[in-house]
Design a protein. Structure first.
Length: 126
């Protein structure tokens, strides 16, 4: 069995995707997802395992992760998003993202599925 006692994860959501789809059309929404996915993969792979959980939800799992390491990831991702989306053209909408975190050093769960479940519970209480 794999030791996940110091593993942490984040659920990242493009929080204004519905607004982009409604105001700019699905094609613009799909383009925003594609552009964000590339940025997320570029930055996230430096920290841990990344994946898309469908729609506007993305996950990262980072081993040996404390709040400072997670904050470094958030800062790096935010900076790269600014680089990618900061020069929005006339009529384009920048994306907004939200984060939900779960640190197994606090949660003390025994499986990755439980840790991911805690990320979703954090979303509902945030």
């Amino acid at each position: 069995d794999r030791d996940i006692s110091n593993t942490a994860g984040a659920l990242i959501t493009i929080s204004n995707l519905d607004q982009i789809n409604e105001q700019k059309g699905r094609k613009a929404g799909d383009e925003s997802i594609l552009r964000f996915s590339k940025v997320f993969e570029l930055i996230g792979n430096k920290y841990g395992f990344v994946g898309r959980n469908g729609g506007n939800e993305f996950l990262i799992v980072i081993d040996d992760c404390d709040p400072a390491k997670m904050q470094n990831f958030v800062n790096d991702l935010s900076n790269e998003i600014q680089n990618e989306f900061g020069d929005t053209k006339q009529g384009e909408m920048p994306i907004r993202i939200s984060f939900s975190f779960a640190f197994n050093s606090e949660e003390k769960v025994s499986t990755m599925a439980e840790l991911i479940s805690r990320m979703y519970k954090e979303t509902q209480t945030a």
